[in-house]
Design a protein around this ligand. Structure first.
Ligand code: C5P
Length: 222
């Protein structure tokens, strides 16, 4: 089957974007990082001092901003209007505030509509929290990627060290658990495994192993 929809959902730092990017490359599909869209909204709200729980104000803000993805040399670059936000949306400040913004109904409605538009362009690998359940409920392949909190914190710790960020491992474990808690308990489109999603626990798996496993699942549906 050509131009399938592949959704990759799961908790924070489970490796969704790493795997999604590699799968998209193998299949020559579009890759869409929906977390980057919620992070971009959070970044602009903080910058413009829009209250993070003011749904109407956030909706108005989103109406005036365009989130764009552009292929880069190693990673996908993210732009808000003409400003590149690729790196600035990955800071702990954004990570620790994004769940509040992502819980607002109009924010979800607006970004979900944008995500469906992107998916309509062709074969797509989309990662996030609610892609298999709410954004693309008819996707042919749904993956739910998980790993233990400890393993996810260790992975984030290593990434941070490479970037010169020195948050202690225990703090990262707390932050990851807190974000999962908020994302799983919000009213609208909480983080949950779709009924027809296949769970892949990557706690003791390497990247190539996970990619091979997901590709095998994709091949079955082809
Ligand atoms: O995937 P990432 O960690 O970049 O996502 C950042 C945050 O954006 C999540 O913690 C969640 O609050 C929100 N999000 C969401 N729905 C998605 C993707 C991300 O609510 N589909």
């Amino acid at each position: 089957k050509e131009n399938m929809q592949i959704t990759i959902d799961g908790p924070a730092s489970a490796g969704k974007s790493t795997i999604a990017k590699l799968i998209a490359k193998k299949l020559q599909y579009i890759y869409c990082d929906t977390g980057a869209m919620y992070r971009s909204a959070t970044y602009v709200a903080l910058k413009n001092k829009v209250r993070l729980d003011d749904d109407a104000a956030l909706a108005q803000m989103l109406g005036q901003m365009t989130i764009r993805f552009q292929p880069g040399e190693t990673e996908q670059r993210v732009f808000v209007n003409d400003e590149e936000v690729t790196d600035v949306i990955r800071t702990p400040e954004i990570a620790n505030n994004v769940s509040v913004v992502a819980a607002q109904p109009s924010v979800r409605e607006i970004l979900t509509a944008q995500q469906r538009k992107i998916a309509a362009q062709g074969g797509i690998v989309m990662d996030g929290r609610d892609i298999g359940t709410a954004v693309l409920p008819h996707a042919q392949v749904k993956i739910f990627l998980i790993a233990s909190v400890h393993e996810r914190a260790v992975r984030r710790y290593k990434e941070n060290v490479a970037k010169g960020i020195n948050t202690p491992l225990a703090t990262l474990e707390q932050e990851i658990a807190a974000r999962d808690q908020k994302d799983s308990t919000r009213k609208i489109s909480p983080l949950t495994k779709a009924k027809d999603a296949i769970e892949v626990d990557t706690t003791s798996m390497g990247i190539e192993e996970v990619v091979a496993k997901v590709m095998a699942i994709v091949k079955e549906k082809e």
